[in-house]
Design a protein around this ligand. Structure first.
Ligand code: SF4
Length: 266
């Protein structure tokens, strides 16, 4: 279904979303055919998260990284304290929105930590939805398995910084970037559509580090720089964003390395 058609049919829902009244469905235990899933949030409509599609977004708890700028700190540090969403509620919602929404965004936390993700994605796809996965790139084998099973349509992978700056940027001393390199290589094989994106934060990123990060993905299809926004639920409070003009300068630095580059969140 085309974006224009969906926009017309979803008019009421869009207004509710823009008014901030759409966030999550009722809570309950989340189980996928017997397996526990840390499904903690459902944004019922997003026009921004899935390129050129109307979508909803599912939030999974838990993450192996501790990025200081993480804007979902509760979901990462204490997912057990966040209410879960029952899968019957989720699928009742998805069935109701069939033909109205194009896709489902899977985000977190780090969704690839969920042991039963493939099963969940199969059920979502059976309803006709396209699936976009957000990942931190730490689990290339799991990512490849989902791609091989034909369960993904689009992957957005975080490229946190240059290799040298990765440990500080993900909050893990001695962080091994080998899995990140493997995920980069996998996506750049272009078996499915993808993007890399970097949340840019004062004190963690510089012209030099962003240039080196872009060089790492030299030739990539899409690369987006996202300006940091303080959600009020950060792992390390007190961080600040760059100015729009600094972000435009960073964009000019990374542009020569990728086919398509852009800014988000200005
Ligand atoms: S920003 Fe993403 S990768 Fe980093 S801690 Fe938060 S959820 Fe994990």
């Amino acid at each position: 279904m085309g974006l224009a058609t969906n926009l017309a049919r979803l008019g009421k829902e869009i207004l509710r979303c823009l008014n901030g009244k759409t966030s999550s469905v009722p809570v309950g235990h989340s189980v996928c055919n017997g397996g526990h899933m840390e499904l903690h949030g459902l944004q019922k409509l997003t026009l921004l998260d899935y390129p050129e599609k109307t979508a909803c977004t599912l939030f999974f708890g838990g993450c192996n990284l501790r990025c200081p700028f993480c804007h979902n700190a509760s979901l990462v540090l204490k997912p057990g304290s966040c209410p879960t969403i029952a899968q019957d509620e989720l699928f009742a919602f998805l069935r109701k929105r069939q033909g109205l929404l194009d896709g489902v965004c899977i985000t977190g936390g780090e969704p690839l930590l969920q042991p039963n993700l493939a099963e969940l994605l199969k059920r979502i796809r059976e309803l006709g939805y396209a699936v976009k996965l957000d990942t931190n790139g730490c689990f290339p084998d799991r990512l490849e398995s989902l791609i091989d099973q034909g369960l993904l349509d689009y992957v957005a992978m975080d490229l946190k910084n240059s290799r040298e700056e990765y440990p500080a940027t993900v909050g893990i001393p001695n962080f091994d970037t080998a899995p990140i390199a493997q995920s980069i290589k996998l996506l750049m094989e272009e078996r499915i559509d993808y993007e890399f994106r970097t949340t840019v934060v004062q004190g963690l990123h510089t012209v030099h580090s962003l240039g080196a990060a872009a060089f790492w993905i030299d030739g990539a299809k899409n690369y987006f720089l996202q300006n940091f926004v303080d959600s009020g639920d950060l792992i390390s409070p007190g961080l600040t964003a760059f100015t729009p003009s600094e972000m435009r300068h960073f964009l000019n630095v990374v542009k020569p390395h990728v086919k398509n580059a852009g800014l988000r969140g200005l």
